[in-house]
Structure formats: C-alpha cells, structure tokens
Design a protein around this ligand. Sequence first.
Ligand code: CA
Length: 453
Amino acid sequence: MTLAVLAYVLLLEAGLILSTTCRGAGSIGGSDDARSRSGSDGQGGKGGAPGRPVWPAPRIGFPRGPGGGGSSKRETQSKKPVRKIITFKPGVSALEYNTILESVGGKLVKELPFVDSIVVEFPPEAAEGEELQQILSSDNVIAVEDDYEVQLLCFFRSSLNYDRQVVPWGVKRIGAPDAWQVGTGKGVKVGVVDTGVDTGHPDLKQNVKAAVDVTGSGSGMDYHGHGTHVAGTIAAVNNEIGVVGVAPEAEIYAVRAFDRYGRAQISTIVEGVRWCVENGMHVVNMSFGSKDESTALRMAIDKGLAKGMIFVAAAGNSGRDNSVVFPARHPGVVAVSAISENDRIASFSSRGPEVDVTAPGDKIVSTYKNGGYKSMSGTSMATPHVTGAVAVILSANPGITSRGVLAKLMEGAVRLPGLSRNEQGSGLVDVSRSVGASPEKKEAGAEDKAIPA
Ligand code: CA
C-alpha cells in the first residue's frame, strides 16, 4: 500500500495523471484501487463520467471532526447561506459563469484561479433548487462541493516549563539525533499550513523565514497554538532551551489558513496549499483533515506533486479502522498514523490501508503560542515528525527527487511487532536509517546510495 504513494508520484512525473482536471483526479482512483475511500461522502469525481458535475448529497450541518477542534452544531439549521466551491474546466470563464449564478441568487465570495474555481454563496433554498442544479450540470463544470469546515487533529494537554533543553521522546524515537550528523534540514523549505506560528518564539524564530496569512486577517501570527506546536516538532532550534525539532535547521514557512479558534474552510486550505506551491516549498505539513473529499484541494495538491513537492498529512483521530481522512488518503500524500510511547497504536489514531507510515503522536511536547511549551496529542502531532524526517532526508541528499525521498522514508521505517499494516503502513519512521546514519546501517555498509537522485 505504501508503494501507492510512490506509484502516484511516478505517474504524476510521467505526466500520466492530469493533475489539473477532475478527469485526472478521477483516474487517481483507478490507478490506486486498493486505496479504500470509505468514510468519504462519495463526491469528487471518483465514479462519475468525466466532465459531469458532481452534486454532493444535501448535507445538514458541517461534518463532525474525527477528534479535536470541536465543530459546533450551530450550522444545523438551514437559514444560513450555503457556500459552494465550483470548479470549471480549464479555459472556462468562471466570472462569466458567475453572472448566470447571480440570476439564482448566487454571490461571489472569492476566486480560486489556481484551481479554476470560485466560491459562491447561495440562499439555502436556491442551493438545493433544481434551477441551480441545472445550471451546474453543464459540461463546463467539473465539480461542485461544499466549502466545508476542516478540523485540526489534536487534543490539548498540560503546559510545561523547562530549565534546559530536552529532546522530546518522539524526536528520539524516530532516530533524529543520530541523523543530525548527516542532515539537519538546513536549506529545506517547509510549508506549515496551519493556525500560523508564534514568530517571536525564542525556540523557533531563528528558523521561521516567513509567516503569511491566507485567511484575510493580515497576520501569520498564531493565536491558537496548534501551528506553533507543529512547527516546533519540525524545527525547534537545537540550543540551550525548551525542546528540539526533528530537523532543527529547517526553514519554517507558516501559512496561516486557520483562525484563532482553529477553524478553516476548505477553500482557505486550497489558498494555503497554493501559496506553498507558488513559493517553492519542498515539503508541506497538513495536520488537519475531514471525512469529506475536495476536488479543489486535490487539484491544488496535485499541482504541487507534479512539481516534485512532498505532502505529509494526518491520518485522523477517529480511533477506528478504515477511517483515514482527506487529504491524508489522497494518493501521493504521505498519510501518518500515531503511536504512543509504548510503541502501540495510539487509541485515537485513525487506521486504514491508506496509512503510509506511523510516528509518535501521544503526549508530544513542543513549542506553543506566547513563547510557551505544551504537551499535545493527535495525528496532528505525528505528522510533523514525518515532515521533519523528510526535511532531514532532503538536506542529507542534495538533488534527490521526491520519489527518492519517499523511498528512503519508507525503506527506513521499522515494522513494529503487533501492529497491523493498516495501523502502521511501512512502519515507524526512523530517519537515522533513512539517511544511513544508524549504527547498524553503518556497520552493514551503506546501500543507501541505491536510490538514484
Ligand atoms: Ca531548543
């Protein structure tokens, strides 16, 4: 299964998957049948004929998150306007189309030209009305989807204080300190699409190269805490204080797509991923997810994959089998489950055939907003361990392709006894093995140059 992520990247590189159309996205399913998509709402061009619009089933309220975040029930009434993302065939004038949509009460919220989409708000009665469905059944429309709310995938625990630097258990468990003799993530650009980052945090600021905002708030500052925690696991500075990240010299580019309450619409996530693709990020951390698919986000990610970027995402916090969330379950995205310190699957972690690797995700200490430190749990916390590992592999292998990085990541992973394939994918990430820095690898004579760069 974990080879699916490699196969998908290969197909993208070979141009066999059209990354910018729903047809291509539809063919993804075909190229990767083993990747079960249970839990999806069935929209998103998997089964429908190419070019046919996909009208999602009427939904009541927003999806309940697979943990953390805490979606509210306030959307369950139907008085509020309904927001849709409408994706067009390349070349179709979305704005021209919008004038037609205005005739049924549609109001343009924003344009997403990166993925040939617009976000339009409709009065509730118009949103489910026949007239609109007829307009959107045009061949010019690739997909119609709810602009749904995406969940962060974490639980909060206690605040912490340190007199001197500690190496968090997860950073140790994946072999990061051994790997630093070979690579520290230096020069690797890591996009963290999240709640922003505490740009002044003494254990991070040296590595935070930018903190941008795609929410419209005008600031990439983290007023929530999740993004700062994720950033710390990736690249907290190796100094005298606090904690240290997996890739302590990687460059953090915080892309604030979630508000201070940890809320984001999927269209804002699309904007965040667009920023990462257009600004040359090498790897993108996505510690969020939803049970629902999104054609627009798939298209944005596919554009990044086609450029050789690597995307790492949280498997979800449902604690059940066959429950890996989107975008983690999107082929080509590295899906990360979570283990506890005793090497068991974390009780909250989603599992499923889409899981590529597992990483520490329970009681993880890292940086937090306002210069603090906090212990948090969730597949949100496992994901940045893998993102950091990718950064270390990249810095240790100049010129390596994304395919090469993924191969090293998977081959270095250690199968944990007692965990099923659905729970751990290729196994627990071990970045020291992935870069050929682990003691046994050195003794055995490095075959780590076998992957062509
Ligand atoms: Ca530190």
